[in-house]
Design a protein around this ligand. Structure first.
Ligand SMILES: [Zn+2]
Length: 437
């Protein structure tokens, strides 16, 4: 079956501007101006819309196994397609933790059977994510993990982190570090500064993050291991990563869309949907994050999708857990970052497609070009809609955008050349899924 996407405004690494895209047997066959449709291809009109490569979100929490009341693979992967995300990686802080091959296989097998977005799995660095004993990383690599992380918790013991990085290097997989010195952050709920004092909320100093960023950069220098710093949120962290890159240390980093859209000042209403870890940056730090995307110090954009049940977030600010739901709104949040920061769409799109595909060696993803998979998003920047809880596929309605008017809309998401989400029809069934029944 061939699908022709006509009249769209492509934003990708290889093509920017008005091009038609012809997809054949799940892969992009041709990208060109004005492709004729004499052969009865199925045609999708994308005029007035952006066409992006399917987004790749390398930092999400899908809560399964163990916390299915917050999210399941089914709801999380549907939320992804709704937001234009066709490939995503889930963190191992589940119950039980993803620290062995059986749990990795469970997630990979179950997600394949759902025929929604492609799931990648990140294995734990240490058993039960306790930071004490290395997990069996080699066995998890054979089961298919793409990286290791104890995300949600730091590996506090530097010796164990060193051994983990040596081991991960020997099997050629990156380590993703959640950098947080808990002796400095424990008991805090927002970034330390003028606003934390004004709002009377116990604070977390910025160095709680950057001290551990510095440690892990030094360990990357020592071991030669590819290190990826999760969710950088301070100017000191950015500065350390920038210097490390200059020094030739194999370090990359990410920022979440939340940290690009909100600041500590936005907590004036004590909205628990804006409570996140690391805490929201000051405006000055946010400006540094914007610059760091422009100059390439920050490599990729992620959601850090962290869904919670209403009863967990509808409590006092101090008692609420950290985390923001984000997958449903991926395209919208990225577009909003563009509108607020002025950073070019191509730069932002590449940071959520081409660059993560390169870092995690996803050969045929992350770009619109011949022979890549037909994973695409059609996004209308002019439409607006109201973000009502029932519209979100995620069980987590904990986003600051809830109840708000949203600018721009995903019209369709294609996976392997098939429409899997359609704004009017909702989730569509894929041919391979129908055949599997
Ligand atoms: Zn984290």
């Amino acid at each position: 079956m061939k699908v022709l996407i006509k009249g769209g405004d492509l934003i990708s690494h290889s093509y920017v501007g008005k091009y038609d895209v012809l997809i054949s047997d799940g892969r992009i066959e041709k990208v060109a101006k004005d492709i004729d449709n004499d052969n009865g291809y199925r045609e999708i009109d994308a005029s007035g819309c952006f066409v992006f490569p399917g987004f790749i979100d390398m930092h999400t929490h899908l809560r399964e196994p163990g916390f299915e009341y917050r999210e399941t693979l089914d709801t999380g992967l549907k939320a992804a397609l709704h937001g234009g995300v066709t490939t995503l990686a889930c963190m191992p802080n589940t119950l039980p933790a993803i620290d062995n091959k059986a749990n990795v296989s469970f997630l990979l097998g179950k997600s394949k059977d759902l025929h929604l977005a492609d799931l990648l799995v990140i294995g734990a660095i240490t058993k039960r994510r306790e930071g004490k004993e290395l997990a069996n990383m080699g066995e998890m690599k054979m089961a298919g993990v793409v990286a290791f992380s104890d995300d949600g918790s730091p590996v506090t013991n530097s010796h164990i982190m060193r051994r983990a990085m040596e081991y991960a290097k020997s099997i050629d997989l990156p380590v993703i570090s959640h950098c947080e010195v808990t002796e400095l952050s424990n008991g805090g709920h927002m970034r330390e500064g003028w606003f934390s004092t004004y709002f009377g909320i116990y604070p977390i100093p910025d160095v709680a993050e950057s001290i551990m960023v510095a440690r892990d950069i030094e360990l990357s220098y020592l071991t030669g291991e590819r290190l990826h710093i999760a969710h950088v949120s301070t100017k000191r962290s950015v500065s350390l990563v920038k210097q490390a890159k200059r020094d030739g240390i194999p370090v990359t980093c990410e920022v979440t869309l939340n940290h690009l859209l909100f600041t500590d000042e936005d907590l004036f209403d004590y909205d628990t949907n804006k409570k996140v870890n690391p805490p929201l940056p000051t405006r000055k730090d946010q400006d540094v994050l914007y610059e760091a995307i422009e100059d390439g110090t920050i490599d990729i954009l992620v959601t850090d999708h962290a869904p919670y049940a209403p009863h967990e977030k509808e409590v006092e600010f101090q008692r609420a857990p950290f985390g923001i739901s984000g997958l449903d709104l991926f395209s919208n949040m990225l577009f909003e970052v563009h509108r607020r920061s002025g950073i070019g769409m191509r730069k932002l799109v590449e940071a959520a497609t081409f660059v993560p595909a390169r870092l995690y060696r996803l050969e045929d993803k992350g770009d619109i070009k011949e022979r890549n998979l037909g994973d695409l998003v059609i996004f209308d920047p002019t439409q607006t809609w109201e973000c009502l809880p029932e519209i979100l596929y995620s069980k987590g309605k904990n986003t600051p955008f809830i109840g708000k008017e949203i600018k721009g809309k995903v019209i369709a998401t294609l996976k392997n050349g098939e429409i899997v989400y359609d704004a009017e029809e909702g989730m569509m069934r894929r041919v391979e899924e129908i055949e599997a029944r």
